[in-house]
Design a protein around this ligand. Structure first.
Ligand SMILES: [Mg+2]
Length: 198
């Protein structure tokens, strides 16, 4: 009696099923294939040494990547002439592919979580924009009130000067001058008073 084989590493079962599906597509497209290995010559072995040193240096400096690891494993496949060792190296390539895919899957965030995070971000940005607009509006209102207060103070001073200047005017000038200037100052103060409600 045979039992189903269990995969002990998380993600490897899914990986195997996807590889199986891909193999079916390959068989449908190319049929059962048989080719020479084409591996194990001197330049391929030297290249494997280069890729091994490259990968060690990359991880040694803290900048290693999955691409570095897979490139090293593929180079080791190409360097191997013995069929049993070649098979072992091919399994190592497959294992690195499974690990790389598991890493990709581990950092993939489901769509509904992404949408929720984006919606929260958009709400926060809108709230911040509204707060900034309100603060800006308050600041402008305060600036306008301060400007009006300064003008009102100047108008009061003009009113006081107008009274003082009347003392040096001739009788013939006093009335028209006083009427005109006083009327304008009264108008100015009235206009300023109208802004109090703003
Ligand atoms: Mg290897």
């Amino acid at each position: 009696m045979s039992y189903p084989r269990l995969f002990t590493t998380p993600g490897v079962g899914d990986f195997a099923e996807e590889v199986d599906a891909e193999r079916q597509r390959q068989l449908a497209k190319f049929g059962d294939q048989h080719h020479p290995d084409g591996t194990g010559n001197k330049s391929q072995q030297e290249y494997a040494d280069v890729k091994r040193r490259w990968c060690e240096a990359a991880f040694g400096s803290g900048y290693g990547t999955w691409a570095d690891i897979l490139a090293e494993e593929v180079a080791e496949v190409e360097a191997e002439r013995d069929p049993a060792a070649l098979r072992t190296e091919l399994v190592q390539v497959a294992a690195v592919c499974a690990a790389w895919i598991a890493d990709i899957d581990s950092r993939t965030t489901p769509d509904h979580v992404c949408n929720s995070i984006m919606a929260r971000g958009e709400r926060a940005r809108k709230a911040e924009r509204a707060t900034n607009l309100l603060a800006d509006s308050h600041r402008r209102a305060e600036q306008a009130q301060a400007a009006i207060a300064r003008v009102r103070e100047i108008a009061r001073r003009l009113q006081a000067h107008a009274v003082g200047f009347q003392d040096v005017l001739d009788d013939s000038d006093r009335d028209p001058w006083a009427k005109t200037v006083r009327a304008d100052i009264v108008d100015l103060l009235a206009a300023l008073d109208d802004t109090r409600g703003n």
